[in-house]
Design a protein around this ligand. Structure first.
Ligand code: TYM
Length: 327
């Protein structure tokens, strides 16, 4: 399996964790797992170089702190494995312009930026993502709902390469969790929780008290009943989904426990559950950041193993496409 995360913020947020990263931790037991901090994706929008370096390290520390075990999984940084960029070019040449134009994430992100700052890299971003996945012949890709369309494109590209060039690329499947596929913004439960909308996002490295306050002041719905009904009660349903996955209690269990109680009770308890989760996490992150040499060793080991796998796939693709092998 393969998955990736962008180092584009000072902290991962609750949507990243519940939509994807939690599955990464679980799946490393059963899969040969490759986890990547995708720094090349992070430069598709305007960025600061020193900040990118810092955030890449911080991302690795957070992945280790949530329980990614570099002895069982391959943890690495995308730019350390040049095959990602190399395969991207081939995939770009297999991707239709219209096909890429239909990517909703590109449409959303480009609409949010000033017109002259929309880069070609932002447009071809899904081909780089497809390269990430196909290089490792991943069967399963744990992601949140917002990546479903990119996964569909990846599948189409693998099938296209295989049928046109007699390749053997694995056609991957998205692995999207049921209840937490789309964690919503706490202030606007009709929108996805996202780092680009600061108000209603819970950042894992934020001051725990501040995060608790954000939970307590989350926008909830009219009425009083605590029931899971994403259409009718998006705010309360979002809080129930978060609560359930952080505590391990099922949604029906929580509904029963809060029968007759108010929204305030639920928020207060969830705020505590959240604080109990982020406090030890932050401690762990600090520990990893205190030993940058060890982080570098982990990444060097990860990149070396990733390259050995990626190079084999790239060779097959180059042969299939008709590139002459160098002596
Ligand atoms: P990124 O960095 O935006 O997000 C990382 C993961 O978090 C999930 N996610 C969410 N899940 C539920 N609710 C939310 N509100 C929420 N917000 C984010 C994302 O779905 C993602 O799984 N293009 C990818 C990174 C990437 C990648 C890959 C992923 C690059 N190459 C190859 C998988 C395989 C991205 O920008 O994710």
């Amino acid at each position: 399996m393969f998955s990736g995360i962008q180092p584009t913020a000072d902290s991962f947020h609750l949507g990243n964790y519940l939509g994807a990263l939690r599955e990464w931790v679980v799946m490393q037991d059963d899969y040969d797992a490759f986890y990547c901090v995708v720094d090349q994706h992070a430069i598709t929008i305007a960025h600061d170089p020193a900040e990118l370096r810092e955030r890449t390290r911080l991302s690795v520390a957070q992945l280790l702190a949530i329980g990614i075990d570099p002895d069982r999984s391959t943890l690495f940084v995308q730019s350390h494995v040049p095959e990602h960029a190399q395969l991207t070019w081939v995939l770009e040449c297999l991707t239709g312009f219209g096909e890429a134009s239909r990517m909703t994430q590109f449409k959303d992100k480009s609409a949010r930026q000033e017109e002259d700052h929309v880069s070609v890299g932002l447009f071809t971003y899904p081909a780089l993502m497809a390269a990430d996945i196909l290089l490792y012949r991943a069967d399963a890709v744990p992601v949140g709902e917002d990546q479903r369309q990119h996964l569909e494109l990846t599948r189409n590209l693998a099938q296209r390469f295989n049928s046109r060039f007699g390749g053997t690329l694995t056609v991957p499947a998205a692995h999207i969790p049921k209840e937490t596929a789309k964690i919503q913004d706490l202030q606007d439960p009709s929108a996805k929780m996202s780092k680009s909308v600061p108000g209603g996002v819970v950042e894992l490295l934020d001051e725990p008290k501040r995060s608790a306050k954000k939970i307590r002041s989350a926008v909830t719905d009219t009425g009083r009943e605590i029931v899971h009904d994403p259409e009718g009660k998006p705010g309360i349903s979002n809080l129930l989904a978060i609560y359930s996955s952080l505590s391990g209690r099922t949604i029906p269990e929580l509904q029963a426990a809060y029968e007759g109680k108010g929204y305030g009770d639920l928020k207060k308890d969830l705020a505590e559950v959240l604080v109990d989760f982020v406090t030890p996490f932050q401690e762990e992150v600090r520990g990893y950041l205190d030993d940058p040499a060890e982080l570098d060793r982990v990444l060097a080991r990860g990149a070396e193993h990733a390259r050995s796998v990626a190079a084999d796939t790239l060779r097959e693709v180059y042969d299939g496409i008709g590139f002459l092998r160098p002596l």
